[in-house]
Design a protein around this ligand. Structure first.
Ligand code: SAH
Length: 340
């Protein structure tokens, strides 16, 4: 029984079934998701016998960092957390003018196989539970003593490949009686699992959906991302239009620029044509080279040229500022080097 993954109704059912009065569920929920103490014995208003019973019968997920790297350049912190079964996952803390942001993992490893990404090199180990996703944020608040206002599900793993746990995580994270993060301050990034994008649209959340596009033709996209064999860019963009219709939320397209592969002005033009008429923003990410592959970063000139071309054709674009370059900032690099 993974108690921190239960919403308030499920917790009430559990508490009543175990012979306790229903109001205890609210108290417990508050300790876990508002005061966020690390063990039952800190829950002052719960009877000691109940604390004991709970610690015998439930799993109380608390993540402890096994390693923390702090960037000397920008103060970005990269956390490696150990899970109860010996797996490790990574999360990143970043300070911005608009507030503190945490980037969390949704799976240990990943099975999507994107060519430039370190998270997927050893495949998927397992899905993370809602509590393990939440705890990455809680643990970083505990460690930094600073309030987290923004969350991006953009670390290792494919969130839409762990869809049910993702939904529960969103429910708990944005619950006004819990952590109470605004849905508007939450971003979920996907490599483009088309049916799940539609399902998520039907939920009408006001979170930001980010789509990893990375190419402007199916042919090139298939070279970088195996998921492109399952869904064409046309199908993907149709799902994006559907998502916008349902939620009214502007989409973000992520485009990692790989030198000599997808960074020409012609690529930019094709991309602008594809995205014409979609309410969106393009986030350009100079690829972060990993040692297992020989992809190289586009030069500053190519990056600027790409951005200018998009903007001339009426597509909003920003170049993502690189944070934590000195601490294995890219997806999955720290976990991989730790496991090795
Ligand atoms: N699976 C999700 C979320 C995790 S990856 C997704 O695909 O969107 C977060 C983003 O970082 C994705 O756009 C991914 O393609 C990109 N990314 C991963 N490794 C990278 C690297 N080495 N350099 C640049 N971008 C990378």
């Amino acid at each position: 029984m993974d108690i921190k993954s239960l919403n308030i109704e499920e917790l009430e059912n559990y508490i009543v079934q175990s012979g306790q009065p229903k109001f205890r569920a609210k108290q417990l929920y508050q300790w876990m998701h508002v005061k966020r103490v690390c063990s039952y014995d800190k829950m002052g208003n719960l009877p000691a016998v109940m604390q004991k019973e709970l610690s015998k019968q439930t799993e109380f997920v608390v993540l402890k960092p096994v390693q923390v790297l702090i960037s000397k350049i920008d103060g970005t912190r990269k956390y490696l957390f150990g899970l109860h079964d010996g797996n490790v996952i990574e999360s990143v803390f970043m300070r911005y003018k608009h507030g503190n942001s945490v980037c969390i993992s949704s799976q240990a490893g990943c099975r999507m196989g994107c060519k430039f990404c370190a998270s997927t090199l050893d495949g998927l180990t397992r899905n993370l539970t809602p509590s393990e996703m939440l705890e990455q944020i809680y643990a970083i608040e505990r460690d930094t003593g600073e309030r987290i206002s923004h969350v991006v599900v953009m670390g290792s793993g494919e969130p839409l490949d762990n869809y049910d746990n993702l939904l529960k995580f969103i429910e708990l994270l944005t619950d006004t009686n819990g952590m109470n993060l605004s849905q508007r301050n939450l971003t979920v990034s996907t490599c483009g699992i088309v049916p799940k994008i539609r399902e998520l649209g039907d939920k009408k959340f006001s979170l930001t959906l980010a789509i990893s596009l990375h190419a402007s033709s199916d042919e090139k996209r298939r070279e970088l991302m195996p998921i492109a064999n399952a869904y064409s860019i046309d199908e993907l963009l149709d799902a994006c239009r559907y998502y916008f219709e349902k939620t009214g939320r502007r989409l973000t397209f992520e485009y990692s620029l790989v030198g000599g592969v997808n960074d020409s002005e012609e690529d930019a033009e094709k991309l602008a044509h594809l995205l014409r008429g979609i309410n969106c923003h393009v986030n350009l990410i100079p690829v972060n080279p990993i040692k297992e592959r020989d992809y190289r970063q586009s030069g500053t000139q190519a990056v600027q040229g790409f951005k200018n071309r998009l903007e001339k054709m009426g597509i909003n674009a920003t170049v993502r500022r690189e944070l934590g370059r000195d601490i294995n900032g890219a997806c999955g690099q720290l976990r991989k080097s730790y496991m090795e």
